[in-house]
Design a protein. Sequence first.
Length: 392
Amino acid sequence: MPVPDDRRPTTAREAEEWAGDVRRDRTTLVRAAVVIAALYGLGASLQAAYIYSQYLPDWAGVPVWARITGNALAVVVLGLGLVVLRVHRAPTLGAAALRCAIASVACAVARVASQAVTGVYESWDAATLETELISGVGAGLIASAVGLRAMVLVREIRVGARESARRAVDVEHAVSALQQEEVRVRRAVAEGLHSSLQQRLVVIVAGLDAFLRDAPGHPLTAAELDGLRAVRDDIDVVREQDVREMSRLLYPDQLEIGVTPAVRQLLRRVPTSIAVRLVVSPGVRELDDPTTSWLSEPERLLAVRVVEEGLSNALRHANPTSLEIGLDRQDGHLVVRVQDDGAGLDPRVVHASGTARLAQRLELVGGGLALTSPPEGGARLEAWLPVAALQG
């Protein structure tokens, strides 16, 4: 039988929670036991009234209300007994059963005493006394057992709910830790590509340039010189395009400043033949202020990934002439929209690509993603992700 006494509160909040659990256990136990005992007492009184009316000619003289009074007193004594004996804090089921038995005996004795005072019986004999006591103790035990079971069930539900809440918090912390680790790894790799690999390529290109400058004094053929120049050009292309592009994919430019600067940097890569419009609401400007810490790096990175996915879908599949990117704030969420005026998208094709993985990622953090085709044409990718600082 689980009991709240097993815990050892170490903080004021835990002590307050523990005290609240004790009160709830006591209330559940007493309320259930009293209700059952009261129903039993009322039923016994009504049964007595019926029997008297059927088999006693002068039944009006029988003190039926005295029986009801005795039963009511027994119910009160049972409830007080359960509280005084602290059945709700019994360490074992056996101890709880013993305390319930004591409370039931007190309940039966109080009932018999009330009957004696109010004159329910003109004369008492051993059989009558024994019957009243046994019935009173039995009713008390049944009511106490029901109350005890109700208390245990409520306690198990409470413990299960708290365990589920703890697991949910643990999962949330794990997701947050993974996001932070992803940002750290992305930044480290991006910095490594930008500083280490790129610098090495710069040195290689410089060495090739020096070699090419001195090459005319050596017996190299024109074809060899052309080959060296081609190698030099290839390395320069790798440095300027591939390495820089990979670095941006791992950790978008300007992300450490905010979402809006990173999105603006991203939009510079859109062909100039396509009209681009960025709409940032005042709420997002406040959230994205670099002097505050409203948006974490994982949240900023995920928002930029949504814009990247929307731009990629539009440029690959829709052949648009204009794009509109919107950043908004609604009900504690950052809302990111990418809309184009292209030929539209087949959600089945797009969701089979990176969009499906992005949707799963958003769902993992409590957000969501929708790809729709508005009536005015084109396609709209809309995502909403919770902002931890706004979730309380």
